[in-house]
Write a protein that binds this ligand. Sequence first.
Ligand SMILES: Nc1nc2c(ncn2[C@@H]2O[C@H](COP(=O)(O)OP(=O)(O)O)[C@@H](O)[C@H]2O)c(=O)[nH]1
Ligand SMILES: [Mg+2]
Length: 410
Amino acid sequence: MAAQFEAQPDYIHQDIKECVDVLKVMGVTKFSKHLQRELDMWKHTDLNIAVVGNSGAGKSSLINAILDLETDDDGMAKVGVVETTKTVTTYRNNNRPNLALHDFPGVGTPNYPQKGYFDKIGHKLSEYDFFLIVSSDRFTEYDLWFAKQIKRDEKHFYFVRTHIDLSIYKDKRPGPKKLKAKKVMEEVKKSIYEPLKKEGVIDDDCHIFLINNDAKLEFDFERLLQTLIKDSPVLKRQTMILSLAADVDETINEKVKILKGRMYKVALLASSGSAVPVPGVGLAAEAAVLYKEGCFYREQLGIDDKGLRRLSNHLNIEIEQLMKNFHLESHLVLISAKELIKWASVHVVSEALEDISKLILPVLGSLISAVASFPLCLNTLNKLLTMCETEARQLHNEVARSVLNDDIRQ
Ligand SMILES: Nc1nc2c(ncn2[C@@H]2O[C@H](COP(=O)(O)OP(=O)(O)O)[C@@H](O)[C@H]2O)c(=O)[nH]1
Ligand SMILES: [Mg+2]
């Protein structure tokens, strides 16, 4: 659903009241800095995910899939390479550097025997938020041993079984394709779950994920990302969501929630920084803040220039054609702050106040001289987010459709 103001949760109203209290105490200049700091808070925490498993398990492919790194991207993990001497190697996506995936050397290899493994690694388990234990087949005694060490430290760990596509492909029983896939998945999951349960490592199978690293829209990949978001420490959840790519439905939903939640703060920042409104100039003074946030929407929802290039490759269609077919507008509106003002003056200025504005205006009125621009800023952001969200969902659905068509053709 597109961004709406009608059903703002109570915490936002509470947040606004708190903001106003802070503003009263701090005064406008300090308050702006305070708001900016709050908006950037998510950039000051890191999420660390350790990826463990034997060579060939699919670790590098999984790291690239989670970080959305593709060929030619800087820092992509090399796939299909047996690395025997390496120690822990860290990967990040330069566009969203707060999420780090750490590739661990396999336990029980000549260089890293089980005995003294963690001493040799030189890292403590406490440095990591999550552990992904990866295998392309059954989990080994070393995987189990690793899981037990993590469990002792009360850390989150998940079993990721890659190559599920191949297991389904290799299964020769007759019958409809979908039913066969379901059966194979059930059997594989059971064969993983039972020994883990017997060893007392896990007590339900929802921590087992069957995936194909080349198909994020299929099997358990989306559920894996959803679980990582859900299990993130509260203070890091926002960082996790904003550090993932917007390429599965649930991540898009979570991102939109966060972008909506910070909207009134951005509007406050924009309007509190403005001078007394100059007739005819409208949103000029606020434009820089709004423009920056609009670009952030595009980047977060995967429809900035880089995102569109990537989508056009995936859909095998020229980027100009893509823009035309889907009537994309955000790249035109957000070409510059000036263009944004022009667009806003036509589409936003005349709109009525929304309920948040009504709530906040009487209090703000006595504190900020340029308060008149707050509802304009809020409405501009709301319209921009609706536009970006609509475009992102349309394109995402198109990618999902093309994947489905490929599957049917195969
Ligand atoms: N079919 C299929 N191949 C995969 C999958 N994950 C990885 N691979 C392939 O398996 C091989 C080993 O993968 P890699 O990510 O390098 O494993 P690593 O040694 O654990 O880092 C490569 O040829 C990958 O392309 C998967 O889910 N399905
Ligand atoms: Mg590797």
